[in-house]
Design a protein. Sequence first.
Length: 333
Amino acid sequence: MFDLRLSPEQLEIRDTVRDFVAREIRPQALAPARLEAFERPLLAGLLEAASKLGLRTLALPEDAGGAGADALTCCIVTEELAAGDPDIAAVLAHTAALGPLLERGPFLARFLEDDRFHLALAAGVGTAQDGGEWRLDGVATAVPNATVARLFVVRNGSGALLVPRESPGISVREQAGDWYHGSCGEVTFSNCRVPAANSTGAVGSIAPVLPAISLGIGRAAYEAALEYAKVRVQGGKPIIEHQAIAAKLGGIAMRLEVARSAVWRAAWASDHPEAVADRSLPDLSLQAVAEAFAPEAMLRAAKDAAECFGAMGVMRDMPLHKFVRDARICLHS
């Protein structure tokens, strides 16, 4: 049965992350100097602090040292982080999604011990077996986490290869422009060789974390507009009491709820594939639905939230300018 009630553990994790975001992330992410910057550096100190909370190893099984979180819990955490800073959310979400691949591999100890040990999935790289080694050649473009990853995951037929960053034959270049969240780059493999022991299982289904990021951005924009509408007085009363503003806020709230339902349903389906097999769920990629719907809905939500601020909504030193831009990045992603 599809149950929208969160477990006590999920509620505790959500509230812990929400408190951390409010106390640590949001003050730095929304600092005026950072809002005006055309290039926003990754908040590395906060990223490491979030890792210490166990958010980097979130999906790793408990017997391997992680939290054993399911896809729905990962989406809940990602939304909470993105409501504070989508860059931190993106880096942690990509690393957590790939973490289970290290469960029985030679890199598990390093992954658990180093809070700066992040993972990246590099696609489109050629692999060939050469004796007791695998040889990798090719260029992977638009790789999330490329510039911060200590270990690359390269698809290899039905499985994957784990390639340390320090392996000879690897070069990483940061992606030009900044139309991405977190870290992104181009990874070149030139006669890069790794031991056959670095082979691991297939990259399984990954939780719909990208639409969860856009959901967090939309929620942050809504909460900012809601608070502003309560204190901004026009015509002798708070603007939230004006019909036009109230209707706009109501529309944003509805989009948030529908988008969250799409994301949670996709995550639940990922955790319960048997629901598709027994026809409880349609034979349809619910993750694709969430990935298509949520960014469009949240961009509209962010724009409507900015309009509640009037002319101030388009100023670079106001948070709504950031929210609209962040939401637009999700749409292009």
